[in-house]
Every structure is written in structure tokens, then in C-alpha cells.
Design a protein around this ligand. Sequence first.
Ligand code: IPM
Ligand code: MG
Length: 356
Amino acid sequence: MNKYKIAVLKGDGIGPEIVNEAIKVLNKTAEKFGFEVDYDEALLGGCAIDATGVPLPEETIAKCKAADSVLLGAVGGPKWDNQPGNNRPEAGLLGIRGALGLFANLRPAVIFEPLKNASPLKAEIIGDSMDIMIVRELTGGIYFGKRGKFEEDGVPAAYDTEKYSVTEIERIGRVAFDMAMKRNKKLTSVDKANVLDSSRLWRETIIRLSKEYPEVELSHMYVDNCAMQLVRNPKQFDVIVTSNIFGDILSDEASMISGSIGMLASASLSSGKSGLYEPIHGSAPDIAGQGIANPLATILSVAMMLRYSLDEPKAAEAIEKAVSEALKTVRTPDIYTEGTKKVSTSEMGDIVVSLL
Ligand code: IPM
Ligand code: MG
């Protein structure tokens, strides 16, 4: 029987609640599809600061490297707002992405049929379906560029640098082109090439790479236009490839089109097989501990883990189907509509398990 070792980073805020539900679901799929899962918990973010003084202890990196895959909840909260920038919970998240070389972040924005009404967009804009794959570069750009504080004419100033090398652009570009080949063969590369040098290099490099993918229909869009097009006509998109910061922003926007930010899963991949799987939403400290958080983005992240890291595509599909089924009748408060039953975080997890 295949046995997988999963490093579990529950993190802060609603992190532990949602990860617990995802683990329930993973255990059930293991039982059903005949594999074993071993969990190894480690600290990341605010909880790690409290316990060790730093957001990303060495031990956490070691545990993640030793695992077949990593499941992450969310990090951050007001308690750690006064930490210096390089010791904030978020620095731990960026640190683990960097340490594991997770340069490719896949964020699928899909509308589940039963959730069509939960989307703030009109039914005629959404049409029959929406299925966008955002491929976000995750270990470069302004998140990882040179930054600093200094004094300018006696006034405090600060800067961050957006930098991309051709190597970095090519490797994320390949992930996106390969993804487009498996889907509807349409790729939109999003940049700000009318202003930024890094974007002009991005565009040139993507165009050069496109010669290797003659079947993929490539287009380019400025990020401000893309933000607008996502709500004007989301159906025009298949795969979007973009930089770290643009991907951060556009994926939050795309998630809302799908009904709630509580629905969007993500996979962060390196050149190897293992990866890190996390919901795109944050730790939502305002609702932590109330049992009202939506665990579906984390549950769907487990489905992505099964697909991309563990080679268990049938188990992945089963989870996605169970989630879709569950949404027909039950909803957490963020996606609640009349005619459905409002349930708690753990009830939602139990229902998905029962539908598996
Ligand atoms: C995300 C989050 C993170 C990011 C934060 C928490 C650092 O917003 O995963 O999208 O900006 O990457
Ligand atoms: Mg974000």
C-alpha cells in the first residue's frame, strides 16, 4: 500500500480549524482509495513566533523537506503586527515557499454549479461555467527583491524592488504553457509592460517561449485591464500567467467571482514532485475559533495535493465531486443562500466525508 508523509502546518487564526477538516477528508479518501497517510505537524507563522521566536524554525523546513507534500492552513494576525517585517508570520510563509523552491503557484478559480447564485456577478456574465487557472510566479519579483528603508531629504522613505530574470520567467512560463496544453490551449500573460522594464522582459521572454508551443493561443494583457476584464467577461480566460504580486491580487479578485474567497485552493510546486497546498485566503483572525470558517478551500487544496504530488487523481476527483454535492444543500455562512442549510466548519467537513 502506498504510504505518504504529509507535513502539516496549521498556522494561525482559522488555520487549525480548516486544516482539521481537510485532514478528516484526506483520511477518508485514504481509506477509500487504499493508501496510508502519516502526518508530521510543524510550526509556521505567529504560532512559531510564540513558541520559538521566529516565524519559520529550521525544524519546520526540515520536516517539510522530508515529507512527500505539505498541507498549510494560514498565517498571521493582529497579535504579531508589531513584529519587524522580517519576523512577521508572513515572512515565515514567504520563507517556506523560498526554502522549498516553490516557484509555481496554481490557483484555479472555478464556479461550482450550485454556487452560481453566490457569485456577485450577474448570471449572464458568468454563463454556464467559469474555469480559470491562475499561474502565479511565487518565489521572485517584488516579494523577494531588494528592499530597504532610508532617509530622503530628512524624511523616512522605503523601497521594494521588482526583479525578474529570464530564467525565472521561462520556468514559470513553461508551467503555464504546459497547463494550457492540458486545458483549452489559451494563455493570457499579464504584465505592466507599458511601464515596467521587468514586465517588458517578461513579455519578450513569454513570446520567445511561445514558439515552442505553437498550439497555444497566447495573448498579453496589462494588469489593470485584466482586473477589469475579470469582472467584465471572465469567460474569456483559460490560463493566466503572471508575476508574484499581480497573481496575488488577481487571484483574490477571481476567487470572489467564484462566490467566496473561502472556496479557492492552491498548489505551490517546485521542479520536483512534492509541493505545498494551501487555501488562498488568509488566517481571518476576526472569525477564528467561532467554527464558521469555510473549510472547502483547504479541502480542495487536498484534492490538488492528491492530483499533483501524490498521483492519486481518482481520489482528487472524488473530493471535488463530494464538495460539489455538499454545496447543493449545505453552506458555511460566507456562501449561505436561502434554501440551503447553514452549517459550521466541522459540519461541512463531516458532510464532505459522508459524501465520499
Ligand atoms: C497569498 C497571501 C500571501 C501572499 C500573504 C499572506 C503573504 O496573500 O497567499 O495570496 O501575499 O502571497
Ligand atoms: Mg493573497
